[in-house]
Design a protein around this ligand. Structure first.
Ligand SMILES: Nc1ncnc2c1ncn2[C@@H]1O[C@H](COP(=O)(O)OP(=O)(O)OP(=O)(O)O)[C@@H](O)[C@H]1O
Length: 447
């Protein structure tokens, strides 16, 4: 079977697995270059693109190509090509998937991402405190702040900072590090229960020197995992071993977490990550475009940094998309191109919308009074519209989380972050909610 035929079949397979927009953005610009020694070499427009594909769709690509060939195990490599998809021109830029997944100094069992270091973390007003705290912990694990609890909204750099600590410690010490997501920890607990291996799990985690757990908010409602984590936490803490946790919300705002755990999260230092200000967004764009070899003219930098405000991942995504588009079409990046290519990401944010208009539209839709919407009452009939209104304020205006909080009767910014996150997550699977949000948006933007 020719490489082209395999690739066509693999694309067909992928189309069935991902939404159309994801397919168009990430899979149409790439191609299968060759298959050699059980490795599929995938041509990508730039290093950043390959990195992103590797992190998000590496396994799917391997599965798709393997299935198209009729089975067997395959690894994937990403090869950067320029303009002509047939010829990889930068062999040194090959991203070896396996290499990329291991830290600079390999250590058994650590799943750190070597891409995330202190060196490539841009420090600005919103993150300098968290950055300094992480540096202190990386320099003196177990001594500076314990536990270190980092919290912040979606895509603001929590995972990056955790990995930066891990990579730094791995490079400079021989400490045993465990870095994992809450989901991985939960799965380990479930498997240990299922196979009666709880003692092994306990032993494993109580003999490490530094434990880092990402997205600890997902412990909510998982009683048995909380119980295990509680004992692990105590054992490590008492032995002066470093614990670092990240969460999208403040401990006090974590529902369904046992009080004894919640209070432990507050024992050490809590450092928050705030959305970056415009200077930091510009600095991040400059750094990333430089690192990735994507030339962004000044007006495009200004445009992106004033349009994509709340999420660094989005900012990065725009850069990748623009870089890919430019390299595929052989054009230089211009402001006009940026506006066209990123149309759907920028969407409706351009129109100036007042938060009061949003609140009124939501009140009318859900038949609640404005005073109720802004109140502290937590009945379900009020919490739902309130969270929707908060989410829309964030989506359709330039207001910061604290500003939105002030428009909702003086609520804390973490409450707004939580609401935005809840609604963003729920709308992925709840079609009715998605429709309601779209119709509200349309209504507000028309008014
Ligand atoms: N200050 C920064 N400098 C450079 N890159 C950054 C910075 N902050 C975030 N990023 C980049 O933004 C992207 C998103 O960051 P990250 O995954 O760490 O966010 P997160 O807070 O863990 O998000 P989530 O809540 O979805 O888990 C990453 O690629 C990261 O490298």
């Amino acid at each position: 079977m020719s490489v082209d035929t395999v690739w066509q079949e693999a694309l067909h397979y992928i189309q069935g697995k991902v939404p159309k927009q994801v397919y168009d953005t990430w899979f149409t610009p790439v191609h299968l270059d060759r298959i050699e020694n059980s490795t599929a070499h995938i041509g990508v427009p730039n290093k950043f693109f390959g990195d992103w594909l590797h992190t998000h769709y590496g396994p799917l690509l391997a599965e798709a190509v393997a299935t198209a060939r009729g089975g067997g195990d395959l690894a994937v490599n990403f090869v950067v090509f320029q303009k002509s998809p047939a010829r990889p021109v930068e062999p040194q830029a090959v991203l070896n998937a396996a290499k990329a997944a291991s830290p600079a100094k390999p250590r058994r069992g650590i799943q750190l991402n070597p891409k995330y270091t202190f060196k490539n973390f841009v420090v600005g007003a919103g993150n300098q405190f968290a950055h300094a705290a992480c540096m202190a912990v990386a320099e003196q694990p177990g001594k500076a702040y314990n536990p270190l609890f980092i919290y912040g909204g979606v895509g603001l750099g929590k995972t990056h900072l955790l990995n930066a600590i891990g990579n730094h410690v791995a490079e400079h010490t021989d400490l045993r590090i465990a870095y994992l997501t809450t989901e991985q920890f939960t799965n380990e607990v479930i498997n240990s229960i299922r196979y009666d291996k709880m003692m092994d799990l306990r032993k494993r985690y109580r003999h490490i020197d530094m434990l880092m757990i990402d997205d600890i908010q997902f412990l909510a409602g998982k009683e048995r995992t909380q119980e295990e984590f509680f004992h692990t936490f105590n054992a490590l803490y008492e032995a002066h071993k470093q614990i670092v946790l990240s969460s999208d919300r403040f401990p006090k705002d974590m529902p369904d977490i046992e009080e004894r755990l919640r209070s432990r999260f507050e024992w050490g230092l809590i450092a928050d990550l705030q959305p970056p200000d415009v200077e930091t967004r510009i600095a991040i764009l400059r750094k990333k475009s430089e690192d990735e070899g994507v030339t962004l003219p000044e007006d495009v930098i200004q445009f992106l940094s004033t349009t994509m405000k709340s999420n660094i991942r989005e900012l990065e995504g725009s850069l990748v998309r623009l870089g890919a588009y430019a390299s595929l079409t052989g054009q230089v990046i211009t402001l006009e191109m940026a506006k066209t290519v990123l149309r759907d990401l920028i969407g409706d944010k351009k129109k100036v919308v007042a938060m009061e208009d949003i609140q009124e539209a939501v009140c009318a839709q859900f038949h609640v009074k404005m005073t109720e919407l802004k109140s502290r009452r937590r009945s379900k009939t009020l919490v739902h519209p309130r969270q929707i209104a908060m989410y829309l304020c964030r989506e359709l205006t330039d207001a910061s989380y604290p500003e939105i909080g002030r428009h909702f009767g003086g609520k804390d910014h973490t409450t707004i972050i939580h609401a935005c996150r809840q609604v963003a997550k729920a709308k992925e699977s709840d079609h009715a909610l998605h429709q309601t949000l779209e119709s509200l948006k349309e209504q507000i933007l028309r008014s």
